[in-house]
Design a protein around this ligand. Structure first.
Ligand code: VGL
Ligand code: ZN
Length: 197
């Protein structure tokens, strides 16, 4: 059985949002069409407390898009975004969320960021999505959403490492592209055995 995983199609990642991904809203209608035909649909939602440690505002003297060293490794610092319960954390209003059977929220622990839908950025703490998919007999995943080079790539690579058959619909993703991160993400996904479509 297959599932469509729709990554972080939230207001803050769309034009006008706090961490706007260029053209982030242009993938919504294509994703809706794909959801209509999918066997199963999972949505992910970036979901941070207001004092989340990935926010530059929490680190004196730091600016958004800088880097710091966290106990689990290097971490990009972001503008405040997807704060729990805020309008920015809500799904894009045209996204057909009714079709989703599961919404998985991530990044809710202050001390650790979570790009991947499967593991937090320590690459160890599970979100529970793997168990959910396996319990439903799902082995094949298609992914689309935001942002290609962060949450989509991290999710796709983790899924491939876990043994899922993974395809990323590149036409239904958009990237932040910070210091070559999009090229690196494409290489890393291909190397992990992810199909880029
Ligand atoms: C994301 C940066 C910070 C993403 C989430 O959805 O790609 N990027 N939080
Ligand atoms: Zn985030």
């Amino acid at each position: 059985m297959s599932a469509l995983i729709v990554i972080d199609v939230q207001n803050d990642f769309c034009p006008g949002g706090a961490l706007a991904v260029p053209e982030g809203d242009q993938i919504v209608s294509g994703i809706n069409a794909l959801m209509a035909e999918a066997e199963a649909v999972v949505l992910t939602q970036d979901w941070h407390p207001a004092d989340h440690s990935s926010f530059a505002s929490q680190h004196a003297g730091q600016e958004p898009y800088g880097m710091i060293e966290m106990p689990y490794g290097p971490q990009v610092l972001w503008p405040d975004h997807c704060v729990i319960g805020s309008e920015g954390a809500a799904f894009h209003e045209e996204l057909d969320t009714d079709r989703a059977e599961m919404v998985i929220r991530k990044g809710f622990r202050r001390a650790i960021d979570s790009y991947s839908a499967f593991f937090e950025n320590d690459h160890k703490t599970p979100t529970g999505l793997e168990g959910y998919l396996r319990a439903r007999g799902i082995t094949k995943l298609t992914m689309a959403g935001l942002a290609t080079d962060f949450c989509v790539a991290f999710s796709a690579i983790d899924a491939a490492k876990l043994g899922f058959d993974v395809t990323v619909r590149m036409d239904l993703c958009r990237a932040i592209d910070l210091n070559g991160s999009l090229d690196k993400a494409k290489q890393d996904m291909a190397q992990a055995g992810v199909t880029l479509a």
